[in-house]
Design a protein around this ligand. Structure first.
Ligand code: RIB
Ligand code: CA
Length: 328
């Protein structure tokens, strides 16, 4: 079993990622850590607890994390994408469960010490908790199996600015800190996630064949599908069916379908402010040692960023796993 901690800002597509992780028989979810992003952190934490109840695993621990970015002011929550409550404005009842007393960063560090080199940490929200965890324990990268991040874009246009993706622009300082540590770091960004579409016919299959889990994914996805279907620029395909991008779930499917992704590698920086704030830049010059006129590219490790994806394989893995293995 692959141990996983999912750092998340639920979030409609975050809920889809959680559904995949709890259903997949080879993935062992040690806990969810929450962060601001799609809503404030009180709301994303409340949502994480609701989602675990709905998917039949209420005992999975939840550790509440950062409510603000490291440096910049918090950006307004994208209520036009995920609804004012982060889950499609369904007026969902609160869970009876509560978050742990320890913070997200403390939970990540504690688990990494308990299971050295065994954990895949997957971050699908702003990277504030991950930056705080490496500040707490700078040896954390050597204690994890890997860090997988949904965020950024290299070739494709952004979804918040011409160059920036939402998770990176929400805390660009944290993203740049994380890219400067020497983990095995794989970035699953818009370059690939905008190629992995869930159509309404896929979501209807989940609703009809995946019990309460599938019904919840269908119900919450109505708001998100409306947004994605209205914004043709966010889509790479011409199929007119109602659909949404499978951002966060693509990052967790990567754990079990690694060959479906291909990567470029290089030193990565994230622009901290100005009109390019949140832009992920990868030094793709062959054999580069970072010796440019300015020092920003020296003495930093290489990261890998996904550039191509077998979208049919990822989509099928997502649907089949939830249909065959949903808990309730
Ligand atoms: O850009 C996509 C990301 O931003 C996803 O993590 C989604 O949940 C939103 O927060
Ligand atoms: Ca997210």
């Amino acid at each position: 079993m692959q141990k996983i901690i999912l750092d998340t800002d639920p979030g409609i597509d975050d809920a889809q990622a959680i559904a995949f992780v709890v259903a997949h028989p080879e993935l062992d979810l040690l806990g969810l850590t929450t962060v601001f992003g799609n809503a404030d952190v009180e709301t994303t934490t409340k949502n994480a607890l609701i989602i675990l109840d709905k998917f039949g695993c209420p005992t999975v621990p939840v550790a509440k994390g950062a409510g603000q970015p490291l440096v910049q002011a918090r950006m307004p929550a994208p209520d036009f994408v995920h609804g004012g409550d982060g889950l499609g404005n369904l007026d969902l009842a609160k869970s009876k469960n509560t978050a742990l007393d320890e913070s997200a960063a403390e939970f990540i560090v504690r688990m990494a010490n308990q299971y050295p080199s065994e954990i895949s940490l997957v971050a699908v929200g702003p990277l504030t908790n991950i930056a705080e965890a490496v500040r707490l324990d700078p040896s954390l990268p050597s204690k994890l199996k890997e860090l997988v991040v949904m965020g950024g874009t290299v070739h494709r246009f952004g979804n918040v600015s011409p160059v920036a993706e939402a998770n990176f622009i929400n805390d660009p300082h944290a993203a740049d800190i994380v890219c400067g540590f020497d983990w095995p770091l794989r970035i699953i960004g818009l370059d690939v996630t905008l190629d992995v579409m869930l159509h309404d016919s896929d979501l209807a299959q989940l609703r009809d064949k995946a019990g309460q889990t599938g019904q919840f994914i269908w119900d919450t996805s109505r708001f998100y599908v409306d947004f994605y279907t209205a914004d043709q620029n966010l889509l790479s395909e011409s199929n007119p069916e109602r659909r949404c991008a499978m951002h966060d779930a693509s990052a967790v499917v990567y754990l079990v379908e690694r060959d479906a992704f291909s990567f470029t590698s290089g030193v990565a920086r994230v622009a901290p402010d100005g009109f390019a704030t949140g832009q992920l830049i990868i030094d793709r010059k062959p054999n580069s040692v970072g010796n440019y006129a300015l020092p920003f590219w020296q003495n930093r490790p290489s990261v890998e960023a996904a550039m191509q994806v077998d979208s049919e394989r990822v989509r099928a893995a997502f649907l089949n796993t939830i249909i065959q293995h949903h808990l309730i």
